[in-house]
Structures are given as structure tokens and as C-alpha cells.
Ligand binder design. Structure first.
Ligand code: HSE
Length: 407
């Protein structure tokens, strides 16, 4: 029998407890040993909940119990999760987590600590909720160099953008609906400004390119400036607008960012709607592979945590290395990465639009989509943001919005 503990009895933690309880014989069979949930740590009381039998309030009770071999953390935030992870790993107790803040900031260090102590630090649930992406990257897709990893990594913003696209509703109204349905936080900044997706792409880029990508170094654009007119252009171009986290290797440099992109109908990311997430990888041999599923939610995320617990139990006393150099990578300047852009200009600049489009490798001015007045727009060829900004300044035009094309 192997004893395990869960830290945090919130949404994900209670899901982990539910799966360990309801699917216990299945989880035990897959782990190769009987799994015993010995402790759940939470500061709160839960009167009448069966968790009371295993509830403790002091982490030291858990970490000092020699029967505990695996700890699963679902508290969120860097502290005290980081201190708890270090204490556990130093004692050879494997540690799994759904906590993206912890993984992004301390993942490389905790993997090393796990290696030194013949234990494991696993974090499948930290990106993409229930979508298996980390384990496929480190165990299955190992023959390739990755060139690109891009995805819809935030369910809340994808729900908002899908509603705006399909129902023609304004951002503020859909955000309120998302909050009422419990998808978006009351303070939705981390979602709508792209920070949640930023942490996730930082983790994925660190794994894909085997070296720390710091969240703080990423340029992040959210979706607050996406309006009905942007969607009118998207429709005219047979595209939708998706918030993508993307990391790409070009000429020896890694470029990473979060930004809204126009995604064409033919792209598999186009069809990813609502709170679903999808992650697309491109390998030099494999070409494209895509993972799709529920990027958040209690049982989807908890399912990924429990699969990590099982993996830790199967590997007791044996470290499974994950290549992630802790030295921060100096990222390429995202302003220099070439994309095609939709450029929207004020109507006063209509006379200059065709010339500017040609200068930027584009093909002339777009017809105004139905209902759009008072502005003009064109598509550029592949140009850097720096070239685009410089050309717009030199032409002395007023840019309403630029949107990258994902094609
Ligand atoms: N706020 C996140 C989302 C939760 O909407 O995707 C999962 O990380």
C-alpha cells in the first residue's frame, strides 16, 4: 500500500479526492499498488464532509509521516506551495501539482531537487487542465526538435471570443456572462490580459526548447480591445479571432508571446470553441500534432493530477528526468518576428492605405465588411512589428488596430 496526501481542498483538490475515492481500485491497479489517501491539508474545516476523517491543518504532519510517498498540491500561488514542495522532495517524497505559478517560477529547480532525491516533480495539470500535453512532450515526442508550440490556453477568453464571434455580442456583455457562469474570475485581469495564457506558454516553451522561459519576459496582449468591427473583418476573411500563446524557434532564437490572432477556417485551432483549449506542436520530423480538450474544470484538471500520482507511484525510488535548464533563455525580440497583419486605419488615411499596403508587401485595400464605416483596412505581407510601426509613422497615418494573422 502507498499513502498519499492532497494539499488544498478547493476545486481541484476536492476533485483529486473524489477521483482517488470513487476510482480507487482502478487508480490502484494503474499505480501497481493500493493507493491510500491518508491526509488532506486545508486551513478550513469541512463539517459533515467525509474529508474530515483525513483533514489536517499542519503540513509537518504530512511531511514527517514516513508512510507518505507522494504529495499532490492544488493550493495555487508560489508560497507556501514552493516551501512545501522543497521539504517534500528533500525527503524523497514525490510531488505533483496543478499550480502554474509554481511550475513557471520554480519548475526547473524542483525537477533538479527531485533528481537529487530519487523522487519526481510532475505537473501535467498545470497547463491545459485535463489535456495530456506535458507527458506526451517529454515521453512520446522525443525524436523531434520542436519548431513551434502554439495554442488556445485559456478557457475564459476563448469562451468570450467565441460568444462575440457567434452571437455578435460586445466584450463587456460577454465578460459579465462568463463571470455569472463562473468561468471568469470576479477580477478577470489574469485571463483577459493574457497573463494566465502567458504562464502556460512559458512552461510549454521551457519544455519544448529545454531552457527556462520567464513569464516576465513575454510580451502579452489580451483581448480587451477586440471589438465587433474586428470580428466583422475576421468574418470577411473567413477567419475567427483567438487568443494564442505561441513560442517559435527561428534562426536559432526562440520568440514567445501571447496575443489575439486571426485564425483561418482551415486551421484546426479555428474550430476550438467555448471553454475548450487546444495545443498544436510542430516537430521537425513529425510535423503537426494537436491536443484538444477541457483546459479547466474540477474533474478534468484533477484527472491529470491523479495520473501524475499514479506515475509517481509506478516510479517510486526512480527519478524520471525532464530536460529543463534553469538558466533563463534570452528571448528573441517579438517585435522583430515577421507576421502578416490586418491593419485598420482611420478614414482620413484612406488615400494612403493602398500605398502603405504595397510598401508592406500586401495586396491592396480590403472592401469594408457590411456595417463597417469610418475606417479602411489592408493586409500586409510578412513584416515585423517594428517595420510596420516605422512605415505607419513615415506615412503619418492613424492606426486603429493591428491584428496578426496565423497564416
Ligand atoms: N482561468 C483559467 C482558464 C483556468 O480560464 O483557462 C485554468 O487555468
Amino acid at each position: 500500500m502507498v499513502s498519499v496526501a492532497v494539499l488544498g481542498y478547493g476545486t481541484v483538490g476536492s476533485g483529486v479526492v473524489q477521483i482517488l475515492t470513487e476510482n480507487n481500485s482502478h487508480v490502484s491497479r494503474r499505480s501497481g499498488d493500493a493507493v491510500n489517501l491518508k491526509y488532506v491539508l486545508d486551513l478550513r474545516e469541512f463539517p459533515g464532509d467525509p474529508v474530515e476523517k483525513v483533514l489536517v491543518h499542519d503540513f509537518q504532519t504530512i511531511v514527517n509521516d514516513p508512510e507518505i510517498r507522494v504529495i499532490a498540491e492544488a493550493m495555487g500561488g508560489i508560497e507556501p506551495a514552493y516551501t512545501f514542495a522543497k521539504q517534500a522532495l528533500e525527503k524523497g517524497i514525490s510531488f505533483c501539482t496543478s499550480n502554474k505559478e509554481l511550475v513557471e517560477a520554480k519548475g526547473a529547480e524542483l525537477i533538479r531537487l527531485a533528481a537529487e532525491n530519487n523522487a519526481n516533480f510532475f505537473f501535467e495539470a498545470s497547463v491545459g487542465g485535463g489535456i495530456p500535453i506535458i507527458r506526451p512532450m517529454i515521453e512520446c515526442l522525443t525524436a523531434d526538435h520542436f519548431d513551434e508550440i502554439s495554442g488556445i490556453l485559456n478557457g475564459t477568453t476563448n469562451y468570450i471570443l467565441t460568444k462575440m464571434d457567434k452571437e455578435g455580442l460586445p466584450f463587456d456583455e460577454v465578460l459579465k456572462d462568463a463571470q455569472d457562469k463562473g468561468y471568469a474570475e470576479r477580477n478577470p485581469e489574469a485571463d483577459v490580459e493574457g497573463h494566465d495564457a502567458g504562464r502556460k506558454i512559458a512552461i510549454l516553451a521551457s519544455l519544448a526548447f529545454e531552457k527556462q522561459v520567464n513569464f516576465a519576459d513575454l510580451p502579452m496582449e489580451g483581448i480587451t480591445k477586440i471589438d465587433e468591427t474586428a470580428f466583422a473583418y475576421a468574418k470577411a476573411l473567413s477567419a475567427s479571432i483567438k487568443l494564442l500563446g505561441t513560442a517559435r524557434r527561428k534562426d536559432g532564437k526562440v520568440y514567445a508571446m501571447v496575443a489575439p490572432f486571426l485564425v483561418p477556417e482551415g486551421d484546426p485551432l479555428y474550430a476550438v470553441d467555448g471553454v475548450y483549449n487546444a495545443i498544436k506542436l510542430h516537430g521537425d520530423m513529425l510535423e503537426n500534432v494537436m491536443f484538444y480538450g477541457q483546459g479547466a474544470g474540477k474533474l478534468a484538471t484533477a484527472s491529470a493530477v491523479v495520473s501524475d500520482i499514479e506515475d509517481c507511484i509506478r516510479r517510486l525510488g526512480q527519478h524520471r528526468d525532464i530536460l529543463w535548464d534553469p538558466e533563463p533563455r534570452v528571448l528573441g525580440d517579438a517585435e522583430e518576428y515577421p507576421f502578416r497583419y490586418l491593419v485598420r486605419l482611420e478614414e482620413k488615411d484612406a488615400g494612403k492605405a493602398a500605398g502603405l499596403a504595397t510598401a508592406l508587401g500586401g495586396e491592396g485595400v480590403l472592401d469594408a465588411p457590411a456595417g463597417v464605416t469610418g475606417e479602411t483596412a489592408f493586409i500586409t505581407g510578412p513584416v515585423s512589428r517594428k517595420e510596420l510601426t516605422k512605415a505607419a509613422e513615415e506615412a503619418d497615418v492613424t492606426v486603429i488596430q493591428t491584428l496578426r494573422l496565423n497564416w
